[in-house]
Ligand binder design. Structure first.
Ligand code: PHE
Length: 343
């Protein structure tokens, strides 16, 4: 009959030794669980003489209630202690300074390229990107520049390999893409072709790799006036609302007539300064009416169609727009320089 006292003492000893809620739960199950000692005691009731049963049952129930209360009390103490230790372990100092992440920005050449694409896309141009490794045929021959033509010397070319019937080279001009487009598409054609070009050139305003933006329009009744109008809009958007443009006669084998396009100098407003070398004008691109021979080379009838083309150096536009005086700054990746082009 003093089983209940023994069990009570045992439970008290084990429960108060339990260090955490898990251990405490195990002790509780050992006594109050389905296979627990108190439960076993209740089951043993059937072996007790009938007249002793009520007293026996009462005793066991009292024991169970007492243990349940005791476990509940211990549980709340242990849980509180566990919560406190978690809170102190996982404490965050919200006043600590954050880690500074530097925000990147687009390279000035990329910015100008994107602006040009936006501008001309708004006038209905589609973007075509040709290959950087070209053949002599696309870079020169089809552009009305045969092998013995002196204009080949206008651009110092990097040759890659000699092919059996055509030589590979790094394209010297995005004009090569004009041919690829005209070979594959019938007029009306209105494309814009940005990309890298390569020339064996190296000084403050020339680098062996730079970017060009080519434009080509071929349709019926296209005139030099259309070219002038479109480039006037380009100059006003890229430089300023008051920028004027003028066309000067020039020479390119693949255009006839050919022009150099000047914009009024933004730095002196046309009066003449050191930037424009006293002329009031700055040259920004080459252009012209697509040479009849070039149209013919691409299977387009020059009596039915005419077109204009223009090509500009993106670095040059970026240098003028942002007042950059050395092209090398654009490839040195000096963060102090690049950081100035954040929005
Ligand atoms: N391809 C010429 C150059 O690189 C520029 C140009 C393009 C001129 C289209 C006329 C027409 O200098």
């Amino acid at each position: 009959m003093n089983d209940t006292e023994i069990i009570a003492r045992e439970a008290e000893e084990e429960a108060s030794a339990a260090q955490d809620s898990r251990a405490l739960y195990e002790v509780k199950m050992k006594f109050l669980g389905r296979a627990g000692k108190v439960t076993a005691l209740l089951k043993s009731m059937k072996d007790v003489a009938a007249e002793e049963r009520p007293a026996f049952g009462k005793k066991i129930n009292a024991l169970r209630e007492k243990l349940e209360e005791r476990f509940a009390a211990l549980e709340s103490v242990v849980k509180k202690r566990e919560l406190e230790s978690r809170l102190s372990e996982e404490r965050l100092d919200v006043t600590m300074p954050g880690r500074h992440r530097k925000q990147g920005a687009l390279h000035p050449v990329t910015r100008v390229k994107n602006q040009l694409v936006d501008l001309f896309a708004g006038m209905g141009f589609e973007v075509y990107e040709g290959p950087e490794i070209e053949t002599e045929y696309y870079d020169f021959t089809a552009l009305n520049t045969p092998a013995d033509h002196p204009a080949r010397d206008m651009q110092d070319t990097f040759y890659v390999t000699e092919g059996s019937d055509d030589n590979f080279l790094l394209r010297t001009q995005t004009s090569a893409g004009q041919i690829r487009v005209m070979e594959n598409k019938k007029p009306p054609i209105k494309i814009l072709s940005p990309g890298r070009v390569f020339r064996s050139d190296d000084d403050a305003t020339h680098s062996p790799m730079f970017h060009q933006m080519e434009g080509l329009v071929v349709d019926k009744n296209i005139t030099l006036c259309d070219l002038h109008g479109m480039l006037g809009e380009f100059a006003r958007v890229m430089f300023s609302e008051n920028t004027k443009t003028r066309l000067r006669p020039s020479y390119f084998p693949f255009t006839e007539p050919s022009v150099e396009v000047d914009v009024s100098c933004a730095s002196c407003g046309g009066k003449g300064c050191s930037l424009c070398k006293g002329t009031g004008w700055i040259e920004v691109l080459g252009a012209g009416m697509v040479n009849r021979n070039v149209l013919k080379n691409c299977g387009i009838d020059p009596d039915e169609y005419s077109g204009f083309a223009f090509g500009m150096g993106i670095e040059r536009i970026a240098m003028l727009k942002y007042g950059i005086n050395n092209i090398k700054l654009l490839t040195e990746n000096d963060v102090r320089f690049l950081e100035q082009f954040k929005d």
